[in-house]
Design a protein around this ligand. Structure first.
Ligand SMILES: Cc1cc2nc3c(=O)[nH]c(=O)nc-3n(C[C@H](O)[C@H](O)[C@H](O)COP(=O)(O)O)c2cc1C
Length: 376
């Protein structure tokens, strides 16, 4: 694995190692995937202006909500992660513990939030898809708190599921009916098939307890019917009042929504278009970040994700105004490409590239990186 030179290399390996429907689920976006491409195109258009002869030996520590993380990037919430490789969620969580960055456990993770929290050794956050049922929200928050989690991320950009055409083409939709194409894709991915057979097909342990004894298919149906599709700012306010820790709102794309979220007591804004998986015509995450930072000024905590594939991208986002940066697909390309070693390789590649880029632009620390390093 050590010869994978980039996240892109890991993605290429993942493509042949796991079945087409699983890769399509990870790699794909919504609609014509314009938003997915736009995230990358606009990030690549961010040009950095290096400062020479600074002798900088960069400090990559990022302080967020009173905590020092050794790196300024983390793992975004990813649902169905163990579909990409059995045990992938914990492989990613262990990287968070090893390198000192946060990992966000999804409501629809295929690993219990308590197990992710344990593996992440104090670095786990929890992402909530707000349920229609109050009792479920309350219980999930209580469980996250009991597991030692203090950062809550509430995702607001799924009022309806995105139009994931790769999933449709692969018939990877509910109700799931395995057909000839599914069997053919499994045959092309024997390691994945055997490993998945050994570990059992991934479920939704965070939510399973709320539906009693049901089979996987019914549970998946339960989940899609449970996500609150008529979420309002009042719901966010009530979550704010319930949660004693820090709360971020994820899926914010405009300055006016950012101001509303902060106004009702959010501790931070998570700029995201869900990695191009929801509204296809959404702005590129890096453009929203720039507009939101300009509107809010330097103080409010603004984090971002969307299209990050290298440490250099993390620096681009930092110079554009992000206090912290998250990666969704990158770690899972790694796990899908080579299991634990692949997840570790993804994390190491991002970390090494981040440090190299800070040295190259003559920036002494993440905490002072700002738009002075943007080429204008
Ligand atoms: C396979 C997959 C599953 C995801 N599941 C969730 C989820 O459960 N909750 C959530 O808030 N975001 C989810 N996201 C979005 C990510 O948290 C993140 O916003 C996005 O992946 C960032 O873009 P990137 O993949 O280009 O880094 C998912 C993304 C992917 C690729």
């Amino acid at each position: 694995m050590s010869n994978a030179a980039s996240i892109g290399d890991l993605a290429k390996r993942a493509r042949w190692r796991i079945p087409g429907f699983a890769f399509g689920f990870l790699d794909g976006g919504s609609g014509e995937e314009d938003g997915l491409r736009r995230n990358r195109d606009r990030l690549e258009a961010v040009i950095l202006a290096p400062k020479a002869c600074t002798g900088a030996k960069p400090d990559t520590t990022a302080t967020l909500f009173g905590r020092d993380y050794r790196l300024p990037f983390g793992a975004a919430p990813v649902g169905m992660g163990n579909l990409l490789w059995p045990g992938a969620d914990l492989m990613v969580a262990r990287q968070a513990a090893r390198l000192g960055f946060p990992v966000v456990a999804s409501t629809v993770a295929t690993t219990a939030l308590e197990d992710i929290a344990k593996a992440a050794d104090g670095n786990a956050w929890f992402q909530l898809y707000v349920s229609r049922e109050e009792r479920i929200n309350r219980d999930l928050l209580a469980r996250a708190w009991a597991a030692g989690i203090r950062e809550l991320v509430v995702t607001v950009d799924v009022p309806v599921a995105g139009d994931r055409r790769r999933d449709l083409r692969n018939r990877f939709v509910l109700p799931f009916k395995p057909g000839a194409r599914f069997v053919a894709q499994l045959a092309m991915a024997p390691f994945w098939a055997l490993s998945t057979l050994k570990h059992g097909s991934p479920g939704f342990p965070n939510l399973a307890r709320y539906v009693g004894e049901v089979d996987g298919k019914t549970l998946a149906g339960f989940i899609s019917s449970q996500i609150k599709d008529d979420l309002t700012w009042d719901d966010l306010k009530s979550l704010r009042d319930q949660w004693q820790g820090r709360m971020l709102v994820k899926g914010i794309m405009t300055a006016s929504d950012a101001k509303t979220a902060l106004g009702l007591g959010a501790d931070g804004i998570w700029v995201s278009n869900h990695g191009g998986r929801q509204l296809d015509s959404a702005p590129a995450a890096i453009d929203s970040l720039s507009a939101i930072r300009a509107a809010l000024g330097p103080d409010p905590v603004v984090v971002m994700d969307g299209g990050i594939r290298s440490g250099e991208d993390v620096v681009r986002a930092g110079a554009t105004g992000a206090d912290f940066v998250f990666c969704g697909r990158a770690f899972y390309y790694g796990a899908a490409a080579a299991g634990e070693a692949g997840a570790a390789r993804a994390a190491d590649l991002l970390a090494a590239d981040l440090k190299r880029t800070l040295i190259q632009i003559g920036c002494p620390s993440w905490s002072v990186l700002d738009d002075g390093w943007l080429w204008r």
